[in-house]
Design a binder for this molecule. Structure first.
Ligand code: NAD
Ligand code: 6OD
Length: 494
């Protein structure tokens, strides 16, 4: 592995256990690579099974320490302080996220870092207004009973995260977990360990007690991911990542009947009706296909366009794709790298397969020329296909790259059937100026989230998640609090 001389390769990315940073006790480590250059920029210290057990034990002990007796109001203050500290140190978080993912600074500074602070601030608000239920009713002996619910923290929560929006997707779970009084052990992706580790400093600065927030680095099978999800002292597992990984984790969660919340893959449809505002649809869909180099679980890899506007729409998407420049500058016109050489190989395999499956390559399909210190980065061209059959594997399997197949349709019923014919069910978007049609088609989508004339527009109080093979459960607003708490009904004979 070549190192980037301009960056400190001595960056040591450590585990954070019981309020302190540590190397792995097994002495193992692995390289941390900047995907924009392909160069090694640091060393990640891998947690051994014993380290993971220590992290879980610290989290369990912290439930019975000062954290266990905090009031909701005290936790809310601490969590708001975490949000403030992320904002105060946003340059540090930005540098860490850009180094790990290679994404353009413009993307990380507008999406990843501010949303991460918001994830804490919003759940601090939600927990204060969490509704409970009370029933007063007759008892068989003619008396009365009062039933009411109280919420308890679930306990030790394992949070297993992907690499595409590392801090954003991790804090989306750490925020509500801590708001509800749980303690957490986070296993960030092996590709993007930095921001999870850095958050440990924030926790110490604002006075979150030790053991409440822990981070263990490593891989999945036979490494930190598996050690964590099989640890019997973990009370709940929340996971974002691939569907196949979700299946493996679910088997571990079955032992001891631990609760799970899963946000998994997708093959999301977008539907553009002839009456759509063409400018808005092209702008929205070029974001939903190419943002974050297509590495967004909510991205639209299947785009259905009403036949009368098909050619014009394809031409506009071609132009949009060709407007991106490969590279990792701060400019929004830049399309960053894919996360790794391995992922680039996978996306390229799909690019080749699309052609084998009969696609017309409208634009892209290859690897761009990139010069200077980014020549070794993991770039691919933004790609648009037409002419693919509904049964083509590139139209059925999640690619997670900057590409889409565009398909014409003639009727509303036809396109609803096409859009829903997938084992996934994460999200969809519908583009039309006919609001009745917008509501009707959105309600017919078998998905967890459907946008009308927008995409990835998030109100954090809303239910977020997928149906089918895209996930189990919903998080967001009170839905997160449902997962991160246990309900006790108290029945008082009056
Ligand atoms: P991944 O499943 O490969 O890895 C995710 C995490 O799981 C990593 O931390 C990894 O080390 C860990 N892991 C892998 N195998 C494991 C095992 N057997 N036991 C325990 N942990 C294990 O996913 P990825 O490649 O990091 O992320 C991309 C995928 O995530 C895509 O499929 C994308 O759709 C999905 N995703 C979904 C959402 C959503 O909200 N639905 C959001 C982002 C990403
Ligand atoms: O916005 C969110 O809360 C969320 N979970 C986004 C997921 C993006 C997937 O790549």
């Amino acid at each position: 592995m070549t190192c980037d001389a301009s960056l400190a390769v001595t960056d040591n990315i450590l585990n954070f256990i019981d309020g302190a940073y540590r190397e792995g006790s097994g002495g193992e480590s692995f390289p941390n690579v900047n995907p924009a250059t392909g160069l090694q920029i640091g060393i990640v210290h891998e947690a051994s099974e014993a380290d993971v057990a220590d992290a879980v034990a610290a989290a369990k002990a912290a439930l019975h320490g000062p954290w266990g007796s905090t009031t909701t109001e005290e936790r809310v203050k601490l969590i708001a302080a975490v949000a403030n500290e992320i904002e105060r140190r946003s340059d540090d978080f930005l540098a860490a996220e850009v180094a790990d993912t290679g994404k353009p600074r413009q993307v990380a500074s507008h999406i990843d870092i501010p949303r991460s602070a918001a994830n804490f601030r919003m759940f601090a608000d939600v927990i204060l207004t969490m509704p409970g239920e009370t029933f007063r009713g007759p008892t068989p002996d003619g008396g009365q009973a009062l039933n009411y619910t109280v919420r308890r923290p679930k306990g030790v929560i394992a949070i297993v995260c992907p690499w595409n929006f590392p801090l954003l997707l991790m804090t989306w779970k750490v925020g509500p977990a801590l708001a509800c009084g749980n303690t957490v052990v986070v296993k960030p992706s092996e590709e993007t360990p930095r921001t999870a580790a850095l958050l440990g400093e924030v926790m110490n600065t604002v006075g979150i007690p030790r053991g409440v927030y822990n981070v263990v680095h490593g891989f999945g099978p036979d490494s930190a991911g598996e050690f964590l999800t099989s640890n019997p002292d973990v009370d709940g597992i929340t996971f974002t990542g691939e569907t196949a990984t979700g299946e493996a984790i679910m088997q571990k969660a079955a032992v001891g009947v631990r609760d799970i919340s899963f946000e998994l893959g997708g093959k999301n449809p977008a539907i553009v009706f002839a009456d759509a505002d063409m400018d808005k649809a092209v702008e929205g869909l070029s974001r939903s296909v190419f943002l974050n180099t297509g590495q967004v679980c909510l991205g639209s890899e299947r785009v259905y366009v009403e036949r009368t506007i098909f050619d014009a729409f394809v031409e506009r998407m071609k132009k949009a794709a060709e407007g991106f420049k490969p590279g990792a500058s701060g400019d929004p016109a830049y399309l960053g790298p894919l996360i790794s050489a391995e992922h680039r190989d996978k996306v390229q395999r799909y690019y080749r397969r699309a052609v084998e499956e009969g696609a017309t390559v409208v634009t892209g399909g290859g690897v761009p020329e990139v010069s200077g210190n980014q020549a070794g980065g993991f770039y691919v061209e933004p790609t648009v296909w037409t002419g693919l059959a509904h049964s083509a594997s590139v139209m059925r399997e999640e690619i997670f790259g900057p590409c889409c197949g565009i398909v014409p349709f003639d009727s509303e019923d036809e396109v609803i059937a096409l859009a829903n014919d997938t084992p996934y069910g994460l999200c969809a978007s519908v583009w039309t100026e006919n609001l009745s049609r917008g509501h009707r088609v959105a309600a017919a989508m078998d998905v967890g989230v459907c946008w009308v004339n927008s995409w990835f527009l998030r109100d954090l109080r809303t239910a977020f998640g997928g149906s089918g093979q895209s996930g189990i459960g919903r998080e967001g607003g009170v839905h997160s609090l449902e997962f991160y708490t246990e309900l006790t009904n108290i029945c008082v004979k009056l």
